[in-house]
Design a protein around this ligand. Sequence first.
Ligand SMILES: Cc1ncc(COP(=O)(O)O)c(C=O)c1O
Length: 369
Amino acid sequence: MIPFINVRAQREAYLKEFQQAENEVLDSGCFIGGPVVQALESSLAEFTGVKHAITCGSGTDALTIALLALGLKPGDEVIVPDFTFIAPAECVMRLGGIPKFADIDAETLQVSAESIESLIGEKTRGIIAVNLFGQCAPYAEIRKCALANGLWLIEDSAQAFGAMQNSIPACTFGDISITSFYPAKPLGCYGDGGALFTANDELAQRIRLISNHGSQTRYIHEICGMNSRLDAIQAAILRVKFRHFKDELKKRNENARKYNEFFRAIPGIVPQKIAEGNTSTYAQYTVLAEDRATFLKQLESAGVPYCIHYPMPLHTQPCFKELAQVCESLSASQDCASNATVACQKVVSLPMCAFTDVDEIIARLKKVM
Ligand SMILES: Cc1ncc(COP(=O)(O)O)c(C=O)c1O
């Protein structure tokens, strides 16, 4: 059985390091925050070159904290991609904001700066750009658009910690950038975890305050915050994986290169385009299949697992339809022929991690395609 993501092989490869790091935390009696979390935050800041890296409970929490730190108010509009995981739009809604759904580029599948620009209105306060499947969104255009319109920018790099754009690392493009350490992510822990990045001292202070019950001094609560902190055991696991991260990124890219070479000879199946100047973490290796039903049958007969990231444009999700106010805001961007809608009908993600045996997968596919 080929796993979609082989977390077990990774565990076995670094087992001694994991066990030592895990035992150290369990024996220390310090389970939330503390020196291991601080050491991880320093490594994250050093890796990205961002002044402040602040860990928290999950990528979704990181988005919520970022929106709170930037002062989102009920009724504020925030532009999010129509084609991505639910979290950016969900977090805006949870805080009483209104997500406006921007279309994507048909080939890179990244949110389109042109579409963002077309959605800006009087109530628009900010943009959440997503680095989809491991590649950065087009930040030159998006940042220009944010700046020209006085909007803040959140970079959702849940899938792309470790990616580069024109030699600049991901997690450096937003007023606040975030990532996720969900187990399936390129740098994942053994539960939920996330981090925020900012160069701004004031925002960093607010982020720390919000994520720790609005408190800097024990039992003094300056604002109503939340409990969103990274467990020390997760930080210890991440520190082990971080030692091997660059190596794993190379292996992911090598696996993507093998897939690309194979699909080059297959008409009707086109991998997500990596735009010039970008490197990808390949959080997902995703192709667009003209005849998806046939391709899925071929994968099934070859015993190759797959996922559909994502089956429907976010603006059509039931959770957004129920809210009349949001439906109203959708009408401008709703378009049955949008690139997001077409992508949802064609996308297929294939097994991808540093331990995926892509040679075996290709050998199996050659027999059925
Ligand atoms: C683009 C994007 N943003 C945010 C998240 C949320 O991260 P988490 O699962 O850590 O809450 C995810 C998770 O898959 C994601 O893909």
